[in-house]
Ligand binder design. Structure first.
Ligand SMILES: [Zn+2]
Length: 704
């Protein structure tokens, strides 16, 4: 959910998040959410908050009691919510998660606004986030500079006199640019074969559209989007001063180069197989893959002179990259670099750039009518660039030790439920069972915020230099990542900031992570009965835990190594059970005639189902000695399922749904509810549904 709409080609394989909309940054998949200026509520609500507004974990008003839960549980649970929550005009879609995220943003706005105004007595982190925010909000100063902040970089590119100089320049550009949009991505990560080691990863990238499929699909809508993308590149280059005929020629050559790179890239489904992304090479082998790119010069440029161990996630991509660099003219390479430079910097430039960037990436690609107000974009940028400084302020105000303790207890209970489940699985041999339990017991629980906060003391943030602040923060983060190579592994790191309304599992670290932002009402509501909290947050915890054992996660062992711990027979049993889920979801429609690509959503669908089952077991155990009573006309069992369903209430614009169908590993909210309960006998019982009704599946799926 970064406002930097850079492309995401290499969705981090090992982090699997809960979020339900398209990931827009490279680390993981938070969601695009915002609120509207044309929404009647906006003028009243568009003010900084001093405290987080309360929304109940189960809201009867959000239900549609006229619907039959045995026909459509999602409509029954969310019909009211959908009716009273139209999509705000600055959003590609709207959801319970999105709304909480916006509440969080307004609360963070209050914190930042205060730190920007009251400069006395601030500590070092408060100075940084306060002044970053102030500089970001200073639109007149930003406007006055226009494209000025880019000038030194454009001069550098224009000054290239030979392709031989490219590796050194690209190294510099990579350090100051987020993501993998500039030809390829280069970062540090744990070695799949030995998770105690951090090595360099050379990843595929280089595209400006959100997925390689946008370049390859032949349907009229995709062809039309490509034309609009080319026109967007032309206009952005026009803003840099290029004449229309020059910009047209440049855009054509950029599109040709990106298309060739897209053709050589793996699909999202292929990238879910870690074996397809693990190719360990030494420097000579890396150089042999792309003889025309001087890796020694590149490595020197990014400060990694002595590296000799790399994972080249997609070797075929690097062969094509080399071919492109060999055959393209120097002028074409310069055009490509200029385009990606202005593209990645657009959010930090004057309104003309911001609006043109919005026009293609939000309006055209996602159907969003209106640009988000400045404050939202600035709050998001602070979270993106100085997230653990802002996160400390957020945690101090919202996440009490009691909240931490309660959610930690719930996590332990869900893990106990999974242990009991594994111990009694009928389809697993004692040998694999033993390994599964070892892995489960090794899962690290990270709740709320990191034990050790990131140290931003070396990042200089000044009040009158927005683009300079952004660049220094990006370079800090790039170097911080690369500096991990060859050092002892830090198991305490987080990939999401504390205010984030999302959660993830990381199979290399074998840990589950729940930022404080996802443990707030209505998702975790201390005022609610256990039924609702176990149905919602309990299922989220179960979801992340199950990721360790989905089709992707199960290939990593307790230590996070890519190592098969299954007997052949048990592996086959797992695959047959997972196939039941794949077949089920492949029938569901996302939008128009586009169905779910259920090989892409397989891991998330398995995690959703496992999560809800584990939450049920943990809830029943937690309340076994209690007399549970009906509330709001719902039995405790019904409250569990409605409480669960209400996390997923959402509305999405058709354009966003089309994008999600290609890029999002999560199924649409409706199926993240209905697709589960059809498989759960306890649901049928809770609502007395009859055999043959839509929410009762004849041949139920169950993996975990
Ligand atoms: Zn997930």
């Amino acid at each position: 959910m970064r406002i930097l709409l850079t492309n995401v080609l290499f969705a981090a394989l090992t982090a699997t998040c809960l979020g339900q909309a398209a990931p827009v940054n490279k680390v993981s998949g938070p969601k695009l959410t915002e609120q509207a200026a044309s929404n009647p509520a906006t003028s009243a609500t568009d003010t900084p908050l001093k405290s987080l507004p309360y929304t109940p974990g189960l809201d009867i008003e959000s239900m549609d009691k006229s619907a039959d839960p045995c026909v459509d549980l999602y409509q029954y649970s969310c019909g009211g919510w959908i009716k009273k929550n139209p999509i705000p005009s600055d959003q590609p879609g709207w959801s319970v998660y999105g709304k909480l995220e916006e509440d969080n943003e307004r609360f963070l706005w209050g914190i930042l606004d205060d730190l920007a105004r009251n400069t006395s007595g601030r500590n070092a982190n408060q100075q940084k986030i306060g002044d970053y925010f102030a500089a970001c909000m200073d639109e007149p100063a930003i406007e006055k500079l226009g494209a000025g902040p880019l000038k030194p970089y454009l001069d550098q590119i224009n000054g290239l006199s030979s392709k031989k100089q490219l590796p050194a320049l690209l190294a510099e550009i990579h350090l100051r640019t987020e993501g993998d949009g500039m030809f390829f991505g280069f970062e540090s990560d744990q070695d799949y074969g030995d998770s105690t080691q951090v090595i360099a990863f050379a990843n595929a990238g280089g595209l400006g559209l959100p997925d390689r499929d946008y370049y390859l699909k032949n349907d009229p809508k995709s062809a039309d989007l490509r034309q609009k993308y080319i026109a967007h590149i032309e206009r952005m280059l026009g803003l840099l001063g290029d004449q229309p005929d020059v910009a047209r020629r440049e855009a054509a050559s950029i599109m040709a180069m990106e298309t060739a790179l897209a053709q050589a890239s793996l699909s999202r489904v292929e990238r879910r197989d870690p074996h397809k992304l693990y190719h360990k090479v030494d420097l000579a082998q890396l150089q042999a893959l792309s003889p025309d790119f001087d890796w020694t010069a590149y490595l020197h440029g990014i400060g990694l002179g002595q590296q000799n161990t790399f994972n080249v996630s997609q070797p075929a991509f690097y062969k094509e990259l080399d071919h492109q660099l060999q055959t393209a003219s120097l002028e074409d390479i310069k055009s490509y670099l200029r385009w990606h430079t202005v593209h990645s910097a657009a959010p930090y430039l004057s309104a003309a750039f911001v609006e043109e960037n919005f026009d293609f990436y939000s309006k055209t690609l996602r159907g969003v009518p209106q640009l988000r107000p400045r404050w939202k974009r600035c709050v998001r940028l602070v979270d993106n660039q100085l997230g653990e400084a802002l996160g400390q302020e957020y945690v101090n105000r919202t996440f009490s030790p009691e909240m931490k303790q309660k959610t930690e207890t719930m996590t332990t209970q869900i893990e106990q439920a999974m242990a009991a489940d594994i111990e009694q699985l009928s389809w697993m041999s004692p040998e694999t069972r033993q390994n599964a339990l070892i892995k489960l017991h090794k899962v690290a629980n990270k709740i709320g915020y990191p034990d050790k906060w990131r140290d931003y003391s070396s990042v200089a943030i000044v009040r009158d230099d927005f683009s300079g602040n952004a660049e220094r923060a990006t370079v800090f983060e790039s170097r911080r990542g690369l500096n991990k190579i060859g050092k002892p592994l830090d198991r305490g790191e987080w990939e999401m900031t504390p205010p984030t309304v999302n959660a993830y599992y990381n199979s290399n670290l074998n840990d589950i992570n729940f930022p404080a932002g996802v443990l707030q009402p209505p998702l975790y509501d201390p005022k609610m009965d256990d039924a609702v909290n176990y149905g919602d947050t309990g299922a989220t915890i179960g979801h992340e835990l199950t990721h360790g054992f989905d089709d992707e996660g199960r290939q990593f062992d307790a230590e996070g190594n890519l190592k098969d711990w299954w007997t052949t027979e048990d592996g086959k049993n797992f695959e047959a059970r997972a196939q039941c889920v794949v077949d089920q979801y492949s029938q569901y429609v996302v939008v128009d005639d586009i169905k779910i690509n259920s090989k892409l959503t397989e891991g998330e669908d398995i995690a959703d189902l496992g999560g809800l089952i584990l939450a049920w077991v943990a809830w029943k155990d937690q309340t076994k000695n209690e007399h549970l009573e009906s509330r709001d006309g719902l039995t405790p069992e019904q409250r569990f399922f409605v409480g669960n369903a209400q996390w997923a209430c959402e509305s999405m614009r058709p354009e966003q749904l089309r994008l999600s169908a290609i890029t999002d590993p999560h199924s649409p909210g409706k199926y993240r509810v209905n697709g589960l309960v059809v498989n759960i006998p306890e649901f049928q019982q809770a609502f007395s549904c009859k055999k043959g009704q839509p929410m009762v599946k004849e041949n139920r799926c169950r993996v975990w």
